[in-house]
Design a protein around this ligand. Structure first.
Ligand code: ZN
Length: 556
């Protein structure tokens, strides 16, 4: 399959249907809800159905394209699906993962926004396509493709009080006018677009007509629009978000989540609103440990949103998915920002957000040179005259931002997806797994039988995933249940026994090198049963996060 491709909704629909037809025992397809414009929100369940249902296995959650223009995430999610399906039975790791675990994958949370971004005359919204927060267009400039060439570029307008000038390094580039600089030819640079209610003098940037940000609509520390732009009228007000919340809450087997966005080449972790010092220390260590695995595989740095990815040093963002996953559900969740144009152009160790405000102008030239050589035609468009209906003669040009900054040029997306897939596989190898250690029945004479059950967690994460999940009691402890036929009596023990939580290997990261590692990943339970005649009992050991064991006990 060619992954140097951005998939339309139609292509996505048919690809997913093809996969379910080709791999019926490994993948099933369901729509978990409808978007605002009634498009299906597809979710694929990937597991070997011959080794048990998905609900009895630990799971990884993967999603993409919650933000309308971030279509690189969809290609990445599809690359992960393709790798899992094609690798089953051939690759040892993939076969183990699908035999023992589940991947729930939503390749496109926001089909409406993606359709708009990929249209022949595109429009770029942050997320949802319904009018919000106002029903009418705000006065001011609205970004759009005004010459119908399928691109939304920049406009430059000469103005003696403009804050841009033509660069001395390359006449196509714009450079900032210096604070004490006068006497040159200056420009205003604006997004390509039209001005609602233009009075001939004042150009303000309009509040977006479709101003929803789905990744501010989750219940985690949700705030109203005046404090958090794009938040929506109330938490989970949007059907796309409600669908995801309902699905995840009804699938308590999810331990880990990866949500794909663009751009910056960074693996972000919660919290967005609090310092690392205010997080549970054990959880923080595991967050970092898993992040380091991601860094090693992808080359992306792993950082805290609060410490290293705030859009303004004094402002936080609320209502985000990864924070909700961790804080409310006790699930380790990472936001992966794919692709980074400055890094690709050779600019090392830049600050993620501050760089946009302040960097040496020579770096702009470095990026332009990369785009000229590798970006394909039209990555950076030389300025051309256009007769603007409101502003008169302007020039259009500059970055074709959608396929340079927001998403890689087409010939680079396949490689970007491919470098991320191994981390998604590694995530599956971190899950807790419930396993039978010992099940022994001893006849005591006189129709009495002693049952000795030992179970263990063979995975890295504990059966409660993290301290957040344990302390908030969102994850239930492991329990054993016997189906006891009428002729069998319980002399000692109860039909349902709680085994508590089982540690994995993650807590062993905390001990000093000379300390021992106890068997805190095991639990033991005993029963004494009585029967006059031979009998068979069903036994289930249930862990919401680590899977379910079903077996039977023979007496006599
Ligand atoms: Zn995003």
């Amino acid at each position: 399959m060619d992954f140097n491709h951005y998939f339309t909704n139609q292509e996505l629909d048919s690809l997913l249907a093809d996969w379910t037809e080709k791999f019926p025992r490994l993948v099933s397809l369901a729509s978990i809800g409808e978007s605002y414009e009634k498009r299906p929100i597809w979710l694929l369940t990937l597991t070997n159905q011959d080794t048990g249902p998905d609900s009895a296995k630990p799971a990884v959650w993967i999603d993409a394209n919650i933000h309308a223009t971030e279509i690189s995430g969809t290609t990445t999610a599809l690359h992960i699906i393709d790798t899992l399906l094609e690798g089953y039975g051939k690759d040892e790791q993939i076969t183990r993962l699908l035999d023992t675990s589940v991947y729930y994958i939503v390749p496109r949370i926001n089909p409406d926004g993606a359709a708009m971004a990929m249209a022949s005359v595109p429009r770029f919204v942050r997320s949802g396509v319904r009018a919000y927060p106002w029903q009418e267009m705000d006065e001011g400039l609205h970004e759009q493709d005004i010459d119908g060439d399928g691109r939304i570029l920049q406009m430059r307008v000469p103005d003696p009080n403009g804050d841009w000038k033509i660069s001395s390094l390359d006449p196509r580039l714009m450079d900032r006018r210096g604070p004490a600089e006068y006497g040159g030819a200056y420009y205003r640079v604006l997004p390509e677009g039209l001005i609602e209610d233009f009075d001939g003098y004042l150009i303000k940037l309009a509040r977006p007509y479709q101003g929803l940000d789905f990744n501010r609509n989750f219940p985690f520390e949700w705030r109203t629009e005046n404090e958090q732009e794009g938040a929506g009228p109330y938490p989970a007000s949007e059907p796309e978000i409600k669908a995801i919340l309902d699905y995840i809450i009804n699938h308590p087997n999810i331990n880990l989540g990866l949500t794909y966005h663009t751009f910056s080449r960074v693996i972000l972790r919660p919290l967005s609103t609090k310092s690392d010092e205010d997080m549970d220390t054990s959880d923080l260590w595991v967050f970092k440990k898993i992040g380091d695995i991601g860094t090693k595989i992808t080359g992306y740095r792993n950082v805290s949103t609060f410490h290293d990815f705030k859009y303004h040093p004094k402002e936080i963002t609320t209502g985000a998915f990864d924070d909700w996953m961790y804080d409310h559900q006790g699930i380790y969740c990472y936001t992966i920002e794919l692709w980074d144009l400055p890094t690709e152009a050779g600019i090392k160790d830049r600050k993620f957000i501050e760089w946009y405000r302040d960097h040496p102008h020579e770096q702009d030239l470095q990026i332009l040179k990369w785009a000229d050589e590798h970006g394909g035609p039209g990555a950076y468009v030389d300025w051309y005259e256009f007769n603007h209906a409101q502003l008169g003669k302007v020039e259009l040009g500059g970055w074709n931002v959608m396929y340079t900054w927001r998403n890689p040029p087409l010939q680079y997306i396949g490689a970007e997806a491919a470098r991320n897939t191994p981390f998604a596989l590694a995530a599956g190898d971190l899950l807790p797994h419930l396993a039978l250690h010992t099940l022994k029945v001893t006849a005591l004479g006189g129709g009495d039988y002693h049952v000795n059950l030992v179970v263990e967690n063979t995975g890295f994460l504990p059966t409660y995933t993290n301290q957040k999940g344990k302390k908030s009691k969102v994850v239930r402890p492991v329990r054993a249940e016997l189906d006891v036929p009428e002729e069998v009596g319980i002399v000692n023990g109860k039909r349902r026994m709680e085994l508590g939580h089982l540690e994995g290997r993650s807590n062993k990261l905390e001990v000093s090198i000379w300390e021992a590692s106890p068997t805190d990943n095991r639990a033991r339970v005993e029963w004494v049963l009585h029967t006059e005649n031979p009998a068979s009992l069903k036994l289930r050991v249930i862990s919401e996060r680590a899977g379910t064991i079903q077996t039977s006990i023979q007496l006599g």
